[in-house]
Ligand binder design. Structure first.
Ligand code: NOJ
Length: 545
């Protein structure tokens, strides 16, 4: 049977499949008022820089009103900007400038939980019979006073917190100050859809949906069984959360009809969505949530955010997803605000710039919309944040075996001025000395720099629809070589071979390759007598025979 290849002619509604997402962590991007924390006018001021990378969508982590216990992922008002970040007028100016540069804006929607300070929670906890009494997940204690079941919080300990007012426990999958909303209550779903419409009316082009498989819980509150296959992608192996099979506290089937309602609303505005999935089998949930064109557009998981990787592992993740997906679409991230920076995580403490370049090229050659994290285009290493300066409660709980997320959240270094030009005040986290050396202004115009490579590679990739919409297949290759092909109807197939290591390798070129190298991708690699020779972190792109 002849295989039906993906057509590359773009469907207007599928534009996100050829897009590249750039993630901003707003606290650490650019501060314009000297309070040491980034803000929306700071983002506006740096949009030209983002546009110059050649990316399409800017995902901004939460900037809504928040007590900041989880740095914005604890929301106290879904429809307002926290004064720390600016005002709604600042948001409007930012989105107008983004649109004038051809950039789309994606906001973070944290629907699963609110902040304790949210008026909904204040009302809900005030009594057992107020109008919002069932807006959160409340449960009576077990007969011995213990929590109703064994569910655990991702951030440590039981996910149940005792509340003296109602003399009941409430559920929190993350911090105790992040109570979980009860999605079984239709009014909760509607309240979220209304809040989302508020932003769609303001012109947002998409949403990133935080922890989107945590929306629903088992109404019978059944305890989770022990894990048979410990999930070490979503949480570190020092976290007992990974010891349970999370079949009752998340990834529940009732989420699918909710995602369909959400999609119907997004479709009214031609807006797109990307869901964050942290599940026991995240690839299956990603496939399920993006299937059939009536739920999420894209989903990402922690599968490529893991501490270690190999060529075989990367191949396995992509193949597993492709084997399960039905019309859906992945987004592959190798770095974000929740994990150690990729340069250090996969490249080691002294990862050279060549490593960052190769990883970017590899990520942008996988099938799925790539999501880049601020600073990775500059090859930033993980910052070393001493315990006394730690901000992240997750890191403080699991210190020293797991240091939390501050090391990837330190401020951008724009120049070698004090504090990297990020702020005129005292930055909320220290600017890393490694980042000052690699500041954006120092890389600007330097052809060898990671910044200029990122720009060039993104522009180069745009010429090849196979590399965005095309099908993907992998070839057997010895570690540390990752070899793949991308095929699309009417286009010449492209073969890409990457050396993931810092030592030169040579191996047989996949038979399908014709040996004709494609010019201009910017990494070292050659083919001699059917052997592909790749220097440290090199790559070879060529056409199939
Ligand atoms: C996932 C977010 O990416 C993370 O930063 C946050 O702490 C949790 N969800 C809770 O909202």
């Amino acid at each position: 049977m002849t295989k039906q290849l993906t057509q590359v002619s773009p469907h207007a509604s599928d534009w996100y499949r050829t897009a590249i997402i750039y993630q901003i962590y707003p606290r650490s991007f650019m501060d314009t008022n000297g309070d040491g924390v980034g803000d929306l006018p700071g983002i506006t001021a740096r949009l030209d820089y983002i546009a110059s990378l050649g990316v399409d969508i800017v995902w901004i982590s939460p900037f809504f009103k928040s007590p900041m216990k989880d740095f914005g992922y604890d929301i106290a008002d879904y429809c307002d900007v926290d004064p720390m970040f600016g005002t709604l007028a600042d948001f409007d100016s930012m989105i107008a400038k983004a649109h004038s540069l051809g950039l789309k804006i994606m906001i973070d929607q944290v629907m699963s939980h609110t902040a304790e300070e949210h008026p909904w929670f204040k009302e809900s906890r005030s009594s057992r019979d107020n109008p919002k009494a069932d807006w959160y997940v409340w449960a009576d204690p077990a007969p011995d006073g213990n929590p109703p079941n064994n569910w655990m919080s991702v951030f440590g300990g039981s996910s149940w917190q005792w509340d003296t007012r109602r003399r009941q426990y409430y559920l929190h999958n993350f911090l105790t100050s992040q109570p979980d909303l009860n999605f079984h209550c239709p009014a909760v779903q509607q309240a979220h859809l209304d809040a989302l419409r508020f932003w769609l009316e303001r012109g947002v082009d998409g949403i990133r949906l935080d922890a989107c498989n945590f929306h629903f819980h088992d109404t019978e509150l059944r305890s989770n069984p022990p894990a048979t296959n410990r999930d070490t992608a979503t949480v570190s192996d020092v976290n007992p959360y990974g010891m349970q099979a999370h079949i009752y506290d998340k990834s529940r089937p009732e989420n699918l009809p909710f995602l369909q309602k959400l999609r119907a609303l997004l479709d009214e505005y031609q807006a797109v969505s990307i869901g964050e999935v942290g599940a026991d089998d995240s690839l299956a949930v990603m496939a399920e949530y993006t299937a059939d064109g009536d739920k999420l557009h894209m989903a990402y998981s922690f599968n490529l955010l893991v501490p270690q990787c190999s060529a075989h592992y990367i191949r396995q993740q992509v193949e597993n997803f492709e084997a399960r997906v039905k019309g859906g679409w992945a987004s592959w991230s190798v770095g974000n605000h929740d994990v150690q920076r990729v340069a250090t995580r996969w490249g080691g403490p002294e990862a050279p710039v060549a490593f960052a370049k190769m990883i970017l090229a590899m990520q942008l050659s996988l099938k799925g919309t790539p999501c880049l994290y601020q600073g990775d285009e500059l090859a930033f290493a993980e910052a070393d944040v001493p315990f006394e300066l730690l901000q992240d409660p997750y890191g403080i709980t699991f210190w020293p075996e797991f240091k939390g997320r501050d090391g990837c959240r330190t401020p951008m270094a724009w120049s070698d001025a004090a504090n990297g030009g990020f702020t005129t005040g005292k930055p909320w986290l220290p600017v890393s000395p490694d980042h000052l050396v690699k500041a954006a202004s120092k890389q600007e115009g330097d052809a060898e720099s990671s910044l200029e490579f990122t720009r060039r590679f993104i522009a180069w990739r745009r010429q090849f629809p196979q590399l965005t919409r095309g099908d993907i297949e992998f070839f057997d290759a010895p570690e540390p070589v990752l070899a793949l092909r991308r095929d699309a109807a009417g286009e010449r197939s492209i073969i890409a071979v990457f050396n993931l290591s810092g030592a030169p390798v040579s191996c047989a070129l996949p038979q399908a390759a014709g040996g004709e190298q494609i010019a201009g991708y910017g990494l070292p690699g050659s083919v001699v007598d059917g052997q592909v020779a790749l220097p440290a972190f090199g790559a070879w792109f060529g056409y199939a025979a």
